[in-house]
Design a protein around this ligand. Structure first.
Ligand code: AMP
Ligand code: ZN
Ligand code: FE
Ligand code: FE
Length: 294
């Protein structure tokens, strides 16, 4: 390890992108935090899709075991290409207006889900809404729950295969749900006193020129940071996003996007094995947030 690496390790490691059973992960918020402790993490952000009701439990367990829990959320934004997701970090989980907006996003998911079931049925799969709901433990299902049912019924060998063949973006059983623009997502996160971060820029699939234009647009809308360190970023992509973050004076964040058994190849804190996110990044986030609200 070089000296910079040693300094990073000394600060402790963190994971600022995780999912629990509150959305489409397979660990409860409490289990997630305890697992973070076991993995030696100093801080975890819980960033469930459209939901913030796991945060209280995660923070309680965090205090008990000595892991800092950052209240977060992940929103899906409308964009012409790929998947654009925005993370809200340090959000106020009690903000009534934010909770009302999240309820709208959850409703969009509920409306979409029967349409996915219908498509799958038309393709000849024996799958029901009830089975998908059961896989999600009664909460609004996300696509990984559909994938899980398809796998358990033997239609696919893995969750990845379910996405690649049937329910991934643009695949035959994919149904798009109405999503707010990135500008609206950023404004909502700010209204809830959060820091707005562009998640996993590699899933938007843009050329250098188009990615620069997108950064210009998002920075104008108030974007605060970019998820530079991520489980599926190649070393080249990481360098590319580090440079963009510096160019646009954005904070750098990092996380695994841990989903438990729904993404079995991704582990908490370390991603596919070589992810390392330093606590120093969290200090920088906090500093920027304090300056903004001061
Ligand atoms: P939804 O919000 O219900 O549309 O589902 C999105 C979720 O599906 C996200 O958490 C992604 O992590 C997951 N997902 C999207 N594409 C894939 C893929 N190719 N393999 C595994 N999970 C995926
Ligand atoms: Zn997810
Ligand atoms: Fe995401
Ligand atoms: Fe995620």
């Amino acid at each position: 390890m070089n000296s910079e690496g040693r300094i990073r390790e000394m600060n402790g490691r963190i994971d600022l992108h995780t999912h629990s059973t509150i959305s489409d992960g397979t660990y409860t918020p409490a289990e997630l935090v305890r697992y973070g402790k076991k993995k030696g993490l100093r801080a975890i952000a819980l960033t469930d899709h459209d939901r913030i009701d796991g945060i209280e439990e995660a923070q309680m367990v965090g205090e008990e075991v000595g892991v800092e829990v950052i209240p977060g959320v992940e929103l899906s934004a409308d964009f012409s290409k790929g998947a654009m997701h925005l993370l809200g970090l340090f959000i106020d989980r009690t903000s009534p207006s934010f909770l009302r907006r999240l309820a709208v996003f959850q409703a969009a998911r509920r409306e979409r889900n029967p349409k996915i079931v219908q498509r799958l049925q038309e393709m000849g799969f024996k799958i029901t809404e009830e089975e998908v709901a059961a896989a999600a433990g009664g909460r609004p299902p996300g696509r990984p729950h559909f994938a899980r049912v398809l796998m358990e019924k033997g239609y696919v060998h893995s969750i990845t295969e379910a996405f690649e063949r049937y329910i991934g973006d643009g695949k035959p059983a994919y149904v798009k749900k109405p999503q707010p623009s990135p500008e609206v997502c950023i404004a909502l996160i700010h209204e809830a006193n959060g820091i707005a971060v562009l998640a996993h820029p590699n899933t938007i699939h843009l050329t250098d020129r188009k990615l620069s234009a997108l950064f210009e647009r998002l920075v104008k809308a108030g974007l605060d940071g970019v998820e530079v360190y991520y489980s599926t970023h190649t070393p080249e992509e990481t360098v590319r996003y580090e440079r963009l973050a510096d160019e646009w004076n954005l904070l750098k964040t990092g996380g695994s996007d841990f989903h438990g058994e729904h993404k079995p190849q991704i582990d908490l804190g370390v991603g596919k094995g070589n992810l390392r996110v330093s606590y120093a990044l969290l200090d920088a986030l906090r500093e920027r947030r304090e300056n903004k609200t001061a």
